[in-house]
Design a protein around this ligand. Structure first.
Ligand code: P6P
Length: 339
């Protein structure tokens, strides 16, 4: 009997569609279009050093960051794929101040909106360090058949119907959830397909990796500093000192901690008093994923990231995310050393 040896992403999406009895395939089609755009971006990322796509465009985005050529390329490819899916009526992207409303009749009838960071970690592009795409999918609130409205994009993270990321690293992987667990697919370039490689990912309850930019150590509050010091103490019983790993690409740091266990922290600093990461297209998608994997994601007050109602498209939030026991220990340090 022929035994299917590989689950491609498309097969997996279709199989899982059965989990949603009322689904007519719109979400499946949307996810398939995201995967297609990811393959196109992956090709360009992998040859970035060979074509004139490295370096900055000379523009500055809404974040005040220099836009890299590959940022622009990725942004354009994902926007095109999402508009072409006819399931998405609009997007918010790190690269645009305002929401992008799709105005074709098919797109205006789209049931979903997408929040996306097309290429996160772009400061790492020119030095060949892993980068990623982060996406989050919601049902629209505004009426179908009309253009998307701002309230479609300012929903709590608990309203996400799907979220995921693509990591362009030693291999290219797409990791996503639709609320029934989290699965990882590795791109097999020889067949041009994402193939199931990490089924039902669960993050270890305990981890021994701490990810934080210690260049900001003196700007952190006492509780964060004391927790970092705690992680460095020598204590064989609790496997300390922990290992410090910080790549400077959220997707790469998050992906490693998801598989091995660990905590990623972006606390408030003098420059980023509300943290650096954006709720809508960075914190919410990884928070949905980590909770689906059995982990925790909170802000500096210990609030669940997914419960926060964003007021602004590019609103930032302090982020503590990863293995449950590590985040809970950090919160104890924050509480004990409240300013
Ligand atoms: P810092 C990349 O620019 C990014 O938005 C995230 O991917 C990453 O985790 C963070 O910023 C790194 O910020 O201030 O430590 O360089």
């Amino acid at each position: 009997m022929f035994r299917k040896t590989v689950d491609t992403l498309n097969e997996f999406i279709i199989e899982r569609q059965a989990d949603f009895p009322y689904a007519k395939g719109e979400l499946s089609r949307l996810l398939t279009h995201i995967a297609l755009a990811a393959k196109v971006v992956n090709r360009e990322v992998n040859r970035a050093g060979l074509v004139d796509i490295l370096g900055a465009t000379g523009d500055v985005n809404v974040q005040g960051e220099n836009v890299q050529k590959l940022d622009d390329f990725a942004n354009a490819k994902f926007a095109l794929a999402l508009k072409g899916s006819s399931e998405c009526c609009g997007i918010v992207t790190e690269e645009s101040d305002e929401i992008i409303k799709f105005d074709t009749d098919m797109a205006k009838d789209g049931k979903y909106i997408v929040c996306i960071d097309p290429l996160d970690g772009s400061s790492n592009i020119d030095v060949n360090v892993s980068i990623g795409t982060i996406f989050s999918i919601y049902r629209r609130i505004s009426k179908r058949g009309h253009i998307a409205q701002i309230e479609d994009f300012l929903q709590e993270g608990t309203k996400q119907v799907a979220a995921g990321y693509i990591i362009y690293g030693s291999s290219t992987m797409m990791v996503y959830t639709t609320g029934r667990g989290i699965n990882g697919f590795t791109l097999d370039p020889s067949i041009g397909e994402f193939c199931l490689s990490h089924r039902n990912i669960q993050i270890p309850l305990n981890g021994y990796i701490i990810s934080v930019n210690e260049g900001n150590y003196k700007q952190f509050c006492p509780g964060v500093r004391k927790y970092i010091d705690y992680c460095k103490e020598i204590d064989e019983e609790t496997n300390r000192p922990y290992t410090a790993r910080y790549i400077g690409s959220l997707v790469a740091d998050f992906h490693r901690n998801l598989l091995k266990g660990g905590i990623f922290m972006y606390p408030p600093t003098k420059k980023h008093t509300q943290g650096k990461l954006r709720i809508v297209y960075e914190a919410n998608p990884v928070a949905f994923l980590v909770e689906q994997a059995g982990g925790v994601a909170v802000d500096h007050d210990g609030r669940r990231i997914l419960d926060i109602k964003p007021d602004d498209l590019h609103q930032r939030v302090p982020l503590y995310i990863g293995s449950r026991n590590m985040v809970e220990t950090l919160l104890e340090f924050l509480e004990k050393n409240e300013e």
